[in-house]
Design a protein around this ligand. Structure first.
Ligand code: R1P
Length: 302
């Protein structure tokens, strides 16, 4: 019987040398990577790749879809990772294993706008970067009583203080995007979409689409009624909210200068006004904005 995979205490590989989640091996992924959420968006953007060079495509059993080809004769990968920070962690760490050169990674996602003047159907470039908000499960534990079982069960030191002073949401400080790569994204997106449809602003990545994005759901005790106001007070330049960019920027910072990263998002909804983008505008932005993102990546001189 063969083991399931090898090297469990480092970055494990399958026995065909592919990484466990991307399902790729060396040579199948470029050093310039555009990452998106859904496979449909990746496929749409991959249509801009040069027809004159072969295009490698692969969907892994863990749900990562990769297209690797060339654009203007420079190698580039477009990779759909699904949603959330753990998926971004798989991408950045496994890509780092598979490519020997420095990596350039940009994300083109969708987001909600956090102020009324950020229109649906526009694009926000995460500049200077992204903060993060996470639901704090400790805050939802039962309050300990002076005597009795619940106090015995909860160790206030191990869990970070008495439950009544634990905030239900934790906000993490900004992780900065690469300023030069960010400028390249802004330039290409403005050129392609018109400068009135592209702006910069601080992003916030949430651990959930629901609780930590301030959505109401009576089935759950979320204590998030004032969360968006608290976030805007703490970071007045907040423009966009999604679920992945913070992780990308934080890992680039942790990469011992071997990954440069930046991010942009299509505004599909405006939370203060309740406006939602129409399907045709979203499809246009995915295609045209995606092409601008690829152009910025391949023209970037590192
Ligand atoms: C929620 O619907 C998802 O959409 C956004 C958010 O970050 C979240 O992951 O990203 P993508 O459009 O890139 O999937």
């Amino acid at each position: 019987q063969r083991n399931v995979y090898r090297d469990t205490n480092a970055v494990p590989r399958n026995f065909d040398s592919t990484t466990l989640h991307l399902g790729l091996k060396e040579g199948q992924i470029a050093s310039r990577i555009l990452t998106v959420g859904c496979p449909g968006r990746a496929g749409l953007i991959a249509k801009v790749l040069d027809k004159s060079s072969p295009i490698f495509s692969h969907t892994s059993p863990r749900g990562f879809t990769t297209y690797t080809g060339t654009f203007e004769r420079t190698r580039v990968s477009i990779i759909a990772i699904g949603m959330g920070m753990p998926m971004m962690d798989f991408l950045v760490r496994e890509a780092r294993q598979l490519v020997s050169k420095p990596l350039l990674i940009t994300r083109f996602g969708t987001c909600g706008a956090l102020c009324p003047d950020v229109a649906v159907g526009s694009v926000v470039v995460a500049s200077p970067g992204s903060v993060s908000v996470m639901r704090n499960p400790d805050a939802f534990l039962p309050l300990p009583t002076p005597s009795g079982t619940s106090a015995d069960e909860i160790d206030p030191i191990a869990t970070g203080g008495a439950p009544h002073v634990r905030p239900p949401y934790l906000v993490f400080a900004p992780q900065l995007a690469d300023p030069v790569l960010t400028q390249a994204l802004l330039g290409e997106l403005k050129e392609q979409l018109g400068s009135e449809h592209v702006r910069r602003g601080m992003n916030v990545s949430a651990c959930s689409f629901y609780s930590s994005q301030g959505r109401r759901d009576a089935f759950f005790d979320d204590r998030n009624e004032d969360l968006l106001d608290v976030l805007r007070e703490r970071h007045p330049s907040l423009a966009s909210m999604e679920m992945e960019s913070f992780q990308l920027l934080a890992l680039a910072r942790a990469s011992r200068e071997s990954v440069r990263a930046a991010a942009a998002s299509i505004v599909v909804a405006n939370r203060p006004t309740g406006d939602v983008c129409d399907e045709a505008r979203l499809a246009y932005l995915e295609r045209a904005g995606g092409e601008a993102m690829v152009r910025a990546l391949v023209r970037f001189e590192d």
